[in-house]
Ligand binder design. Structure first.
Ligand code: TYD
Length: 210
């Protein structure tokens, strides 16, 4: 049976993941491929409700481990309800964030134990990793400036963290990518968008043959 392909797109806030995902989806849709575009936290009803709890800017008292566990709960529900069935049908699944976001944000950003996060990720996914991960890398200052310019009225709880925190998250991503160079491909997201898209397409076409 034809097997699907799971690509996660990761990167600091404001790195342009959603624009890239839209373009990749269009490229493959035009080739007649079933493309499922989805995101974490969210993507299905229960997980979208968890997302509201996590990102609500009023919830400043949220404990860091509570935050991690909510992301993990959302991950599990989304995976079993939406992602695995899509892969079973042979679809190309483009996921805006997945397991590596917890390592970068809750591990490197919040300082929670990396071993515990890996264990929870494994538990939530039964070990299903992305077939390919595109890491859109750019300095945290550039990412935050983009967020402020594009959606200053829609800033969530994590966007409110300071610059050094976001830079720590970025360095976390770079460290994870270095450890797993087969799954991760790093793209320079500070380039102009057409170049980012061209780089991403080259990588995906090489990694997944139709
Ligand atoms: P979102 O608005 O989707 O941000 P972005 O467009 O930058 O992806 O909000 C998701 C936020 O949740 C983002 O700041 C990253 C964070 N996050 C974690 O901290 N841990 C996780 O495991 C996931 C999936 C996301």
């Amino acid at each position: 049976m034809k097997k699907g392909f799971l690509i996660s797109i990761e990167g600091p806030d404001g790195s342009g993941k959603s624009t890239l995902i839209k373009e990749l989806a269009q490229f493959y849709n035009e080739k007649g491929v079933e493309v499922v575009v989805t995101r974490e936290p969210g993507g299905v009803r229960i997980a979208e409700q968890i997302r509201q709890i996590i990102l609500n800017p009023d919830h400043m008292e949220m404990d860091e481990k509570t935050e991690l566990l909510l992301y993990i709960a959302s991950r599990r529900q989304h995976l079993v309800e939406k992602v695995l069935p899509a892969l079973e049908r042979g679809a190309l699944v483009l996921m805006d964030r997945f397991i590596d976001s917890s390592v970068a944000y809750q591990g490197y950003g919040r300082g929670l134990d990396l071993g515990a996060i890996h264990w929870l990720n494994q538990f939530a996914t039964d070990g299903r990793k992305p077939d390919l991960t595109l890491l859109l890398d750019l300095p945290a200052s550039e990412g935050l400036a983009r967020i402020q310019a594009s959606r200053s009225d829609d800033v969530d709880r994590l966007d409110q963290e300071d610059l050094s925190w976001h830079e720590q998250v970025r360095q976390g991503y770079l460290a994870i990518a270095k450890k797993d160079p087969v799954r991760f491909v790093q793209i320079d997201a500070s380039q102009e968008f057409q170049k980012v898209l061209a780089d991403a397409l080259d990588i995906v076409i090489e990694s997944w043959s139709l």
